[in-house]
Write a new protein. Structure first.
Lengths: 255, 255
DNA sequence: TAGTGGTCTAGACCACCTC
DNA sequence: AGGTGGTCTAGACCACTAC
């Protein structure tokens, strides 16, 4: 067992106290100067230790207030039910799910036309840089930024379904609108990844250090080709996804 | 536009250069003292800026060597094909998938019996603290730690399928072994989450700061009840998961 | 041995919050 | 006003890697 640097000893001691629930009543941590005295370390050394815990997502800090242990409430999204292939819902189930959970949903929305980014062009099987329609949602739950969702449609789709490019909402939902115009979505390809947020994402989702984002890319297919690509960026600390595969009768019984 | 602190200016400038590919040929960054001179900032201030980029997962540092921009190669795991419900493969497809990708798989393995942790007990529908069998894999690809996989089986399952508790490998795969003993897995419930690694996970997966882990929890169901719970922890920088849902004929055509 | 990053200190000043 | 964290400095010494 080699000797740990002092700032790690500080972090380890505080981490142990946090997971043991030492700060459960009042989530505030002692101030930097108190910790500095307690650990017989300079304020900067204590700060290094606290910075570690922040980057682990265990605590947050705010100027003038102090350090607090982070709370954990998560929202679960059922990706395999999110859009039902047989009965496409109104838009997607975001509003319903959030309301059912007793929370208050809110979103801002915009539509634009732009050259396809590389990842999108690849998934939609169009030339990189060819025009695509972007429908972008910034979603909140109880006024906390929750996720961003960017859906891209290829230009060829707009000719027969012009309302996709309209800046307004599509009441019946885009999936149903497309189905009504003969474009039926019969399959999805979902990709899930994680990484630390870019500064832009950190701004939109208001996440501090130590919170990764969950990236969900869903490419929707008509019988012959892809018709949309939706990239959703979740706050990793507030969201979890799930999939149901096969027969889950055994899941609902007892309990 | 308010004035940014100096260490953020440093981070922003370097981030811009990194994403623009300024260091693509030689991935090494200038040394701290060079940057200190260039930005007319103290070494500590430059270090704060670099620490930001490390925590964003953009660069790594190593003592005596310097800072390097991180490389991005990712491995894709098809979760909806990972175990085929009709034709369970030998164990899971980890070995096959990795070998097919031209990489060299390697794993260590152990089996133990322990009281069920809360998350596992809940998913297996057994009493918290009741005995479960844990089969644990630590997986490498080309000698790089890749993921850990912990599969828990409830004690009642062992009576009819005692080899689950044996410390050795099960040649034909646990799924097939169980199927042969009348325990057929007919559905899954998958949960996916992300967070920063615990110190223990950081050690096992050898991830530095700025790399989140991807958590994949699969609960497998027999017709009447859950029979296993598998918790896989991936390095977020090296892995991506995907699901195929519905009909994806349009995916394979042209390109 | 020389150069790199890693740790630690002591102190200064600023920005924000609460009373 | 007084306490909190945020920024920044200058300098010391250590640990690791290269040559």
């Amino acid at each position: 067992m080699s000797k740990q640097p002092k700032y790690r000893q500080v972090a380890d001691a505080l981490r142990r106290e946090i997971v043991n629930g030492a700060f459960d009543s009042d989530r505030r941590l002692p101030s930097e100067s108190e910790l500095s005295a307690r650990f017989d370390a300079s304020r900067n050394t204590v700060r290094s230790g606290l910075a570690l815990l922040v980057s682990e997502g265990l605590i947050t800090s705010s100027q003038g207030l102090g350090y607090e242990v982070r709370s954990h409430e998560v929202f679960e999204l059922n990706a395999s039910r999110f859009e039902n292939l047989q009965f496409p819902q109104n838009g997607d189930s975001y509003n319903t799910d959030v309301t059912n959970a007793g929370r208050r949903p809110h979103q801002t929305f915009r539509v634009e036309m732009l050259p396809a980014p590389a990842e999108v062009a690849e998934r939609l099987k169009v030339e990189q840089g060819s025009k695509v329609v972007l429908r972008f949602c910034h979603r909140y739950v109880d006024d906390v930024p929750w996720s961003t969702q960017a859906t891209y449609y290829p230009a060829w789709l707009i000719e027969g379904s012009p309302r996709l490019a309209d800046p307004g909402d599509i009441e019946e939902g885009t999936t149903r609108y497309l189905a009504g115009r003969g474009i039926e979505q019969i399959g999805y390809f979902d990709e899930i990844a994680t990484r630390m947020p870019t500064p832009e994402e950190a701004r939109l989702l208001e996440v501090g250090a130590g919170v990764p984002v969950l990236l969900w890319t869903r490419t929707g297919y008509a019988p012959d080709r892809p018709i949309r690509c939706t990239i959703t960026t979740f706050r990793g600390d507030l969201n979890r996804m799930n999939y149901e595969i096969g027969d889950l009768a055994g899941r609902s019984e007892n309990t």
